[in-house]
Design a protein around this ligand. Structure first.
Ligand SMILES: *Cc1c(COP(=O)(O)O)cnc(C)c1O
Length: 387
């Protein structure tokens, strides 16, 4: 379908194609070439972590994290149910059990107040997911995790350049996972990165990523031949991905600023609908969002469905999020819910994501918000804050 305003539009920010050409000319197309290394150095410096490793996806980074945390059958991993399947399946692949916790109604992030009661002697890891680039309460989560000797793996797939109390998301936990999927803020088609904050994981992460070999040490001259030393898989992307990604990363500030402009324009324009009690808008209590995703929460499933059909009629693509994992076919098989998850269930029924992408024009945002006002406040009727 040809949308007037699509939900997402993959983009070129600057010199991506030029760098791909350069990479081809340099004759190094497998992983960890010149551009991949530049990306990794930049990520490590900008996020303030010990090491950053590019991966094929955030899912791959989460899988590496699960291997590094050495979870296995019987171990439990606490995470929200309101998230993408990757958060859970990375740990399920190791035989661990996801324990799904409810979210906060204001931020739609894992409710830190419910963590204590979800902990058991089998809990090994907590996975905060920064939904929509909105930060989880990291002070509370890190403090609780260290008191209970539990690791923290941040699913920061949506959170590139968001901050919590001035510090970048993905840099709080022992491990952090980023996504460069074409729907995220910074893109390479498919792609991701594992951020390593804890020195104990640094050497082993390189080995797991290189098919269980110590090839990275060999290339640095630290061993005189390389061999199979540990479990692992192939998690490193080709240099073509690294070259494309470098073209995005060097424009990161501009890309994020562009998204934030559209995000702020939505927030500003739709506030009267929130004041009139029609919708709930994003709320960012303790940080700065990266403008990843703009959502509204309607009053009911019926309204959400009617609204998305209405917008579709005007060529606007607006999409729900997520089927909660605890009630999904695989979630019921492999995981368990920590009690009732009323906020998760109610949110999943009522949330609608609006179009937001790099290069979205002011008039696109105005077109979408205009149709929302038409829907909620048909001419002649009041109740929309004087609009
Ligand atoms: C997009 C996303 C992922 C998966 O990222 P990929 O790079 O596509 O593997 C994982 N978790 C969350 C919360 C996401 O939004």
């Amino acid at each position: 379908m040809n949308f007037k305003v699509p939900f997402n539009r993959p983009f070129i920010a600057g010199r991506e194609l030029h760098y791909i050409t350069q990479a081809v000319r340099q004759g190094h197309l497998s992983g960890d070439g010149y551009y991949s290394k530049r990306c990794q150095q930049w990520l490590a410096e900008n996020f303030g972590v010990r090491q950053a490793l590019l991966t094929h996806s955030c899912t791959a980074a989460l899988e590496m994290a699960a291997l590094l945390c050495e979870v296995g059958p019987g171990d439990e991993v606490i995470m929200p149910s309101f998230t993408f399947s990757s958060t859970a399946t990375a740990f399920v692949l190791r035989g661990a059990t996801p324990v799904f916790v409810d979210i906060r109604p204001d931020t739609l992030n894992l409710d830190e107040k419910l963590l204590e009661q979800a902990l058991t002697p089998r809990t090994k890891v907590i996975v905060p997911v920064h939904y929509a680039g909105v930060p989880c309460e990291m002070d509370v989560i890190m403090d609780l995790a260290s008191r209970h000797d539990v690791l923290v793996v941040e699913d920061a797939a949506q959170a590139f350049f968001s901050t919590y109390k001035g510090k970048k998301l993905g840099s709080f936990g022992q491990l952090g996972c980023l996504s460069f999927h074409e729907t995220k803020n910074i893109i390479s088609g498919e792609g991701g990165a594992l951020l390593l904050n804890d020195p104990r994981f640094v050497g082993r992460a390189e080995i797991i990523r290189e098919k269980g070999t110590n090839r990275s040490q060999f290339f640095r001259g630290q061993v005189d031949k390389y061999t199979w030393v540990d479990v692992g898989s192939s998690y490193l992307p080709s240099e073509l991905i690294g070259a494309f990604l470098w073209g995005q990363i060097e424009e990161a500030e501009r890309i994020i600023a562009d998204r934030r402009r559209s995000f702020d324009a939505y927030l500003e324009a739709l506030r009267p609908l929130q004041d009139a009690g029609h919708v709930q808008l994003p709320n960012i209590p303790d940080g700065v969002s990266n403008g990843h995703l703009f959502y509204i929460v309607t009053d009911s499933l019926q309204t959400r469905e009617a609204l998305s059909a209405y917008l579709l009629g005007y060529g606007i693509s607006a999409i729900f999020h997520y089927v909660p994992l605890h009630s999904s076919p695989a979630g019921t098989r492999y995981g368990r819910a920590a009690g009732e998850l009323p906020v998760t269930v109610a949110t999943a029924d009522r949330l609608l994501r609006l179009p937001l992408f790099f290069g979205m024009r002011e008039e696109d945002v105005a077109y979408v918000t205009g149709r929302l006002f038409d829907f909620y406040c048909p001419k002649g009727k009041g109740g929309c804050g004087g609009v």
